[in-house]
Structures are given as C-alpha cells and as structure tokens.
Ligand binder design. Structure first.
Ligand code: GLN
Length: 485
C-alpha cells in the first residue's frame, strides 16, 4: 500500500515573507525546517535530483545578513524555491534527468534565476522530471521514480513531477517548472497544488534547456494562487537573450487579486466535459465547480473549441520536430557524457545511443521523420495549419468570455507502470496541449478529491497576456473552495 506523506499544513510564500519582514523568523530557520521535512520523507517521495543542504544554508545565511543590515533585496529575500532540473543555475547540475548530461554543470544563470536571485530567493535543490521534459508521469526520468505524496504507489504527473511533488510534500513553498504541453498544470493537478503556465513570451526561456521552442514556457508551482501571482510578478519581462519575450509588460498580478472586480464571464466548452474519456469523478467535480461559480454570481457561457480534437496529433508533430532539432546539440562534444571511441561518428552515435532514454529516442525519430523531405508538407506543414485553427478557436471563444474553464486531465493520478502505451500516455494531455499550441496562459487549481482519495484539479485558460483576469478568477475559485470546506 502506498503512503500518504502530505503534511497537515502548508505555509505560503506570502506568509513566510510577512514573518521575514517582521523579523519573526530567519531564512536559515525556514530553510532548515524544509531540509528537516526532506530528511523525514524525501526517501519516500524522491522529488529531488540534487539537494545540497550546505549550499542552501549558506545562501540563507547570506540573506539573513542582508536583512539584518537593512539591505534586504525584497520582501521575499530568504524564501526558498525549488528548481526543475532543466533550468540553469550557475555551478549547479543541470541534467534534465538524462544520462547524457551526467556531470554537466550550468556555467550561467537562466534569466528566471537571475530575477529570483535579484529578489533574494534561495535556490532549493534540483527537481526530478521526465527526461528532457518528455512525458506525463516522471517515469521517463533516467534516475529515480518520483512518487505522488498523496499515495506513493502513484505517479506525480509530469514532466515537472519533482516540482509538483516537492510542493505537495511540503519540501519547499514553491518551485519552478516548465510547460510545453501541460507539464506544469498536469503534475500540479495530480499532486493537489497550483500550477501556472504563463502566456508564451511572458517569461524568458534563456537558460531553460529547450524541448520545443515554440511551445516551452517556464512557470511556478505553489500552494496558493496568490503565490503564483507573486512569482509571476518576479519572473516576467522582456529579455534581450530571448527574442520571443514580449516587450513592455505590466505586472502587478499579486496586487490585482485584492481589487474589487465585476463578476467574471466564464466560458465552458461542453464538448470537453461530455468527452467519454473523462473520469466520472473529474466530471462531477468540474460540474460542481461550475455550479459554485454560478452561485457566486459569475456568468457561465458555452463556448466551442471545434478543433481541439486535433490538438494532440498536431502537438506530437510540432513538438517532436522541434525536439529533434534542439536535441541535436547533445553529441558528447559540448556537454556531459561522452562515449569512448577513436572514430568521431561512432563517438556521436554511441553517446546518443547510451545517453538518451527510450522516450527521447522515440521523439527524435518521430521528429526527424516528420521533417524529412517529402513528408514535411504532409505532416509538419499540416500540423502548423491545425495550430492556426486552434489559435483562432480560442480567439473566437474569448470574444464571449474572460476565461475558459475545463478539467486539467481526463483522470486523477495513476499507479506506476499502469499506462504502458505511449499513445495512451499522450492522451492525458488532451485538455492542456491546445493552450500551448495557441500560446495562451492557463492555471491548474485544486478542485477537491476523487473517491480514490487523489486530488482533482480545475483548469482556467486566459487569453494571450490575460493573466490578470486568469489569476483573479482562480483566486475567487480558491476562496469558494475554502468556504465550501
Ligand atoms: N506530456 C507532454 C509531453 O510528453 C508535455 C510535456 C511538457 O509539457 N514538457 O510532451
């Protein structure tokens, strides 16, 4: 029987920050208490690839010294945050949970890390993930199998499985993940935490190991919607190192949560809910959420996303095509592991053969195929056309509503090894993937528990740069959930 190692109480970044500012607690005390929590149950959860307590405490000590001298970098100086193993932190391993990057240490900070450090956040370990962020259960890590803190026989979701499990197990108040097709929202939903995928271009990907560059986005996993807003305020911005970032962005997301707002117009694509693959408990919870929001005075309108059925097919053409190109850089010369051979070509092939796991190889092969001459028009070009139709579906839907409400995944977390067919695994992204194809923002918030005791999540989707309305709506829903308890 699996264990439940979810703590009784969670502390948010907002609460920690208040105590730090009031001088009621130090960063060393905070970090030590999280390290103690890891010492107690990390052996069951295995969320981290690396956890260097000494380094964390040294950074915490430096933060306390700044605050004591009146030089705190922000109200959050000293708050710890866990980092997914595909985001570069100077001098720390950045292995993407892959054998091919064994021994590689990042020589620079990702822009998101530069921003977190400038606000005084303490980087708290490297979190396990599906190899190169390819997967939905973290079973594709070349290392440990991270478990779901609610039931350690079950998967935490993926690919940011370590990031979600660490928050759910109370190992740190927040983490960073990356979301290419659902990798922040799906594990957040499996582990009962909040997960935000910002609009494409909101947050710089400089220093994120690229999987599919037209889809990848970094975002936070937290215990509250407010914390997601706090972190988004820190992370956003145009970056000359990432030409896809959007200029002239305005923040103020955390402050916007306490604004008086008019009732929201919430769009519901009924086809998502009528989908026969949707688990009965997830369906019931989604319908109940709609009723709760209606009772709170919000307007529910029906919207249509007619091309959603083609999203998975389009994604697995586009994402694999981009991955096959992005992963060409791992050949044993520039990064990590190198196979021994006197022949250069053999060295490349052996390095890649030994270094990549089965799922990564599958994606590289598929991506190379869809881009190959004669097939490009039939697959890649067609997928891009579908992508445009999906984007237009959202644009049309948002003419009628502020945000869209959907389930996050068709089911709750499943047991290790129970989903064997890769295609079936791909289907768990059915509600999240179209958001990445369109570039919108979306958030997963806890929405009760299923009869098997596992968490259920609810997804809100916002228009491009619609994070303010998105976070406000998620915050309202979070409040309704608390009231209902
Ligand atoms: N599960 C999806 C995949 O395997 C999404 C992964 C992600 O968002 N990084 O590609």
């Amino acid at each position: 029987m699996g264990k439940n190692v979810v703590p009784e109480k969670f502390v948010s970044i907002a609460e920690l920050s208040k105590k730090l500012v009031a001088g009621e607690i130090t960063s060393v005390e905070i970090c030590q208490s999280y390290i103690d929590a890891c010492n107690a149950t990390e052996a069951d959860v295995k969320a981290f690839r690396v956890l260097d307590a000494e380094k964390i405490l040294a950074d915490a000590k430096a933060s306390d010294a700044r605050r004591a001298a009146g030089n705190a970098l922000s109200a959050y100086d000293g708050v710890p945050i866990g980092i997914k193993d595909n985001i570069s932190v100077t001098g720390e391993a950045c292995g993407c949970a892959s054998k091919i990057l064994e021994g590689y240490e990042a020589p620079y900070d990702a822009t998101v890390i530069t921003k977190l450090k400038a606000a005084g956040f303490v980087c708290f370990g490297r979190l396990n993930m599906d190899e190169f962020a390819m997967g939905s259960s973290t079973e594709n890590s070349a290392y440990d199998k991270t478990t779901n803190p609610w039931n350690t026989d079950c998967v935490p979701g993926g690919s940011s499985g370590g990031s979600a499990a660490a928050v759910a197990a109370g190992f740190c108040p927040a983490t960073l993940g990356s979301d290419t097709g659902g990798s922040i929202r799906q594990p957040a939903n499996f582990c009962g935490v909040v997960g935000l995928k910002p609009t494409y271009g909101r947050v710089s990907r400089f220093g994120l190991v690229a999987f599919a560059s037209s889809l990848d986005q970094i975002g936070p996993l937290t215990v509250t919607v407010e914390d997601a807003a706090v972190l988004l305020d820190v992370l956003i911005g145009c970056d000359k190192m990432d030409s896809t970032t959007i200029p002239n962005q305005e923040g103020g997301f955390a402050a916007a949560l306490s604004e008086e707002t008019a009732p929201k117009k919430i769009g519901v694509p009924m086809s998502y809910i009528e989908n026969e693959g949707l688990d009965a408990d997830v369906k019931a919870a989604t319908l109940k959420a709609i009723e709760q929001l209606k009772a709170d005075g919000h307007e529910i309108v029906e919207v249509e996303l007619p091309h959603a059925d083609y999203a998975i097919a389009a994604y697995y053409v586009i994402a694999t095509a981009e991955a096959s190109t992005n992963l060409a850089r791992f050949e044993g010369v520039r990064y990590g592991n190198r196979a021994q051979s006197n022949d250069l070509l053999e060295m490349y092939t052996k390095t890649r053969e030994n270094g990549f796991g089965a799922e990564v190889k599958r994606r590289i092969l598929l991506g190379t195929f869809v881009l190959s001459s004669g097939y490009y028009d039939a697959y890649y070009l067609k997928a891009q056309k579908v992508r445009t139709l999906i984007k237009q579906d959202f644009e049309k839907a948002f003419e009628k509503c502020d945000v869209i409400l959907t389930p996050v995944t068709p089911s709750t977390s499943f047991e290790f090894g129970s989903v064997k067919d890769p295609l079936q695994m791909y289907l768990s992204d059915i509600y999240t993937i179209s958001v990445n194809l369109a570039g919108n923002c979306a958030i997963s918030v806890p929405n009760g528990e299923a009869s098997n005791g596992m968490p259920i999540g609810l997804q809100f989707i916002g228009p491009i740069l619609g994070e303010k309305e998105l976070l406000q709506t998620a915050h309202i829903f979070e409040g309704l959930q608390k009231e209902a308890k």
